[in-house]
Design a protein around this ligand. Sequence first.
Ligand SMILES: [Zn+2]
Length: 264
Amino acid sequence: MWGIYFRASRFMDPLTIGGFYIKSFNIPDCWRICRKHFRAVVSDGGFVKLNKFRSRLNMGRLRDICVKIKPIHLYFSVLDWLFPDRVGVKSKANHAFPIGGEYVIDVDSYVFRKRHRHVLDGCSGVCVECLRTSRDLTIHACEAIERYYSNIAVVFSGRRGFHIHVLDFNASDWARYDSRNPIRSHEAARFRFSKLISLETYVFDEKHFTLSVDPMRIVTVPNSLNAETGLKCIYIGDRKDLERSTINGILERSKLNIYCHPEP
Ligand SMILES: [Zn+2]
């Protein structure tokens, strides 16, 4: 069978989601929470902006909001903002003033199309072999990025792949910074760097390339919960930490300590 396999499941129950955000949610210090624009998908499928009532969030405030709204998915902006609450459509986003931000690649094994028999993990329903391919592609892409940057953070997506965050990415390394249109400068820099990396890696199809170039994109918050699979989107560390990790080990660390009901 081709492509990624994931067994669709119901969302986790709201009490378990709330319990996770009370007890186990903490974003590593390498991300500047107070500069991020946060959004969440809630149980009715709607998107909620979390910076609406207070421009800048800290860990305590973010935790309180998540306990209240019990997100199915939690996201933040790849860009850091002076006024994160003003972030909206691209044409008006300059009023929020971007002040930098990471470059992110989503790695999903289906882009590589390796033929294999899907091996499903019992509790979460994700395919271990698909994840193994994603892990290899991620390590390979990190090695290509390390020719230019050194501060790389890998995060498990909570389903079928990994996110590579290049934390020391700087738009002015690749494009002239135009203060009248900073968003365009970020976009131009991301386009040039993605082009370069695409020559040496196997992580981009058209969709993933477009996503990496988009400065207005949002990405899953490290260490948040994917309430569809029930897995934590754990922060793994750098490339060497990923090399030391097995897929079974990553899945075990990602699971909440709740009883997993066998299929009827
Ligand atoms: Zn598979």
